[in-house]
Structure formats: C-alpha cells, structure tokens
Design a protein around this ligand. Sequence first.
Ligand SMILES: C[S@@+](CC[C@H](N)C(=O)[O-])C[C@H]1O[C@@H](n2cnc3c(N)ncnc32)[C@H](O)[C@@H]1O
Length: 222
Amino acid sequence: MAKHSLMGRLMKRLHPESIPWPGSVLYNAISSTVIFQRHYQMVADDILNYCSSGTLLDIGTGPARLLLTLHNKSPQLRLLGIDSSPAMVAKAKENTSGVQSIEIKDGNADKIPYPDNYFDIVISTVSMHHWKHPTEGLNEAYRVLKPGGFVLVYDLVSDTPETILADCKRQFGWFRTTLFWLHSFEEPFYSQADFQSMAQPTLFKIGQTKFLGLLYCLILKK
Ligand SMILES: C[S@@+](CC[C@H](N)C(=O)[O-])C[C@H]1O[C@@H](n2cnc3c(N)ncnc32)[C@H](O)[C@@H]1O
C-alpha cells in the first residue's frame, strides 16, 4: 500500500469506520436526492457490464439505494448488502422491505458473514476509505468471490483530475463541485496512486483502475 502523509494517517486513525445515527438518517436523506440517484444509475449500469445475473454482495451498502437501483434494472439478480453500522442496516432494511431479492445483514468488510466462493460479483461504493483494514477487506472479498468473478471498488479520490472536476461543474454546477472538493479535506480519501497499489498486497495481486464520473474504480478479478 502506498505511504500516506502524516495528516492522512492521522485522519485514517481518527475517522470513524461506521456511520452511526444520526449520520445514518442524514445520509439516507441525501442519498435520495436527484444527484445521488443519477450517480447510482451510472454505477449500476457499470456493474451490470461485469455481471447481470447471479448473486451480488455490496460491502458498506449504507441505505441500500444502489441495490434498489440494481434491482430495478436487473430483477433477476440476488442482491445482498452488509454494513458495519447497525443504524445504517436498520435504514437499509426499511428502504428494501418487501423486495424479496434484497437481503441486508450486519457485517464488516474484514469478516464477511458468507461462505467461500459464494458470490458472482462483489462491489462497494464510497465505503473503502472508511475501512480500518482495507487489505483484509479485499482478501475477504476474494474469499467469498467465485473464481472468474470481479470485485469492483468505487470511491472518491483526493486527487481528482481538473478535467473531471470541470465536467462535474458543467453537469452539476460549481456549488456542488466545491462542496465535493471541500469534502475531500474532511474525509481520508485515497489518492489514485494508493488505489493503483491496493491490489498488490492482497490475494488478487494485480488490479486495474478507471474513472467513472467522479468515482475512481478498482477492478479486481479472481
Ligand atoms: C458513505 S457510506 C456509502 C453507502 C453506500 N455504499 C452508498 O454508496 O450510498 C459508507 C458506508 O460504509 C459503511 N462502512 C464503513 N466501514 C465499513 C466496514 N469496514 N465494513 C462494512 N461497512 C462499512 C458505513 O457504515 C457506511 O454505511
């Protein structure tokens, strides 16, 4: 893993892993806004290019909005979400109640409560920067993934290129883009280089990266 600055290491240590109440209530409200819904549509379309049937795991599912979007686009997928915050799990269960193909459980990335070779695809969005043990989390994703399957980890990065920020400004206006930029000082996001070196100490050994809108994505294959 790439070395972080002293400030980065301190932020990583102090930053809470799970989002507790009332953060869960606030995030649940924000995640229902148009800008988030557009973002979930874009991520869901990307995920479905890698896998459109079988069983999917979402690590750090939060209010499970992405699972709902995936369900609407591809109802044949079985969608399982875990989150280490009991308050978030409660919100996710509330939001997905009545949807038979979505299941939500308490669970941490570094101890995934499912057997080996269980999932066709494992994904995570805007959660890995919270994980205290990302290498263990990715190794757990490897363990529960079927051979030949993909892990897709999407997160914001601290060094988003100017061209991508300019594109975001065109789509969403300068106010939202500035809010995002300010957010990157408050949360311990990884850099693109950190992402690129993330696979090496894990069982995957190698990975690829790409931008999808504002999100950077780590693509790992078992
Ligand atoms: C910013 S929210 C993103 C939620 C959702 N993935 C989305 O894109 O809307 C990050 C979520 O990851 C969860 N989380 C953080 N660390 C975790 C870990 N080690 N294992 C499982 N969930 C975790 C938090 O509790 C929170 O619900």
